[in-house]
Design a protein around this ligand. Structure first.
Ligand code: DHB
Length: 317
């Protein structure tokens, strides 16, 4: 394809661990529950995938309010994994996505290895799951010691526990935290434990103070920072992991708002991307970002997102 080609000539499909997605743009977990609330704004079946809010074994009401606050370039949240629990999710939410022809990437989160194992079994035996995202990096837990992704050994154990119940043909994406010294060592550990790809990255731990009271705004004190503020951090994580393991599928996440942002993540080494925080003020953003990415590729005469994965690592010329 030559420079300035027709956008219609671009084939946006990508493959992650043997599963084909029609576009590389997915929703990000936690920003639209199980996807129903996006349906008035976009065609869920046209997205790369809908990544559902991390589900736990039991229903949970989450942390006390206030649990969301805007900061100058991002959003800080401390939801506390509110959700219906795995039974209600499998009975109502997953079938809704499957009936509409959407690809469901189901995010699971546990508080113990046993919970990850049980969630892996339950989700792994449910038809219609395109992939499982194992969230081992939720920042909103009582103790930092419970953030499995902050320790390579614990990260591998949690992903290994979930993986055992999931059929081989279903990709398992481990979602890692940027709040570590060496993300490559965590990535290696979860891949050895059976992850077939990586979601990079989850929110980073932050704090907002009320300017009047000088007390924390969030009832949970700290929260996960997302949005444009973390985009360079996420891009750096994708870059580092791709440089170390160029064959591993990476889904890039962090402050992506435009097709050009998405293209940068592909160039750094991601095969696909997720769009999250921007959906709070532009709920059609995941669809728009895919259209914009198509135009960005066409302008550059590139036929497929597969052709730009990792190009930022190549010597010019
Ligand atoms: C929550 C979970 C996350 O993984 C995250 O990054 C931010 C918030 C939560 O439900 O609290």
């Amino acid at each position: 394809m030559s420079a300035g080609s027709d956008a219609a000539a671009v084939d946006l499909s990508v493959e992650i661990a043997g599963v084909v997605f029609p576009t590389p743009v997915m929703t990000a977990s936690g920003c639209a529950a199980a996807g129903r609330e996006l349906a008035p704004f976009l065609d869920v079946a046209g997205l790369g995938a809908v990544v559902t809010k991390s589900v736990l074994l039991d229903a949970r009401s989450g942390r006390p309010t206030p649990r969301m606050v805007e900061t100058p370039s991002g959003m800080l949240n401390s939801i506390g994994l509110q959700g219906p629990g795995i039974d209600a999710f499998l009975a109502h939410d997953l079938p809704w996505l499957v009936q509409r022809g959407a690809r469901a990437v189901v995010s699971i989160a546990g508080g113990s290895l046993g919970e990850y194992a049980e969630l892996g079994r339950r989700v792994g035996s449910s038809p219609g799951v395109a992939a499982v995202e194992v969230n081992i990096s939720c920042p909103n837990v009582e103790e930092r010691g419970l953030v499995f992704a902050c320790d390579p050994f614990q990260a591998g154990r949690a992903v290994g526990a979930a993986r055992r119940g999931i059929p081989r043909e279903v990709p398992v994406l481990a979602k890692l935290s940027p709040d570590v010294t060496d993300i490559v060592s965590v990535a290696k550990s979860v891949l050895e434990a059976g992850a077939t790809g990586l979601s990079l990255v989850n929110t980073t731990l932050g704090l907002a103070l009320d300017p009047h009271t000088l007390r924390p705004v969030l009832a949970g004190v700290t929260g996960g920072l997302s949005g444009p503020a973390i985009r360079p951090v996420a891009l750096r994580c994708v870059w580092q992991v791709h440089a170390a393991m160029p064959e591993v599928p990476i889904v890039g996440i962090g402050g992506i708002r435009t097709g050009l942002d998405a293209l940068e993540f592909l160039a750094a080494g991601a095969t696909a991307v997720q769009v999250g925080t921007v959906t709070f003020h532009d709920p059609s953003a995941p669809e728009r970002v895919a259209h914009e990415l198509r135009a960005e590729l066409a302008t550059r005469g590139i036929c497929s997102p597969r052709d730009v994965v990792g190009v930022a690592h190549r010597e010019p010329g």
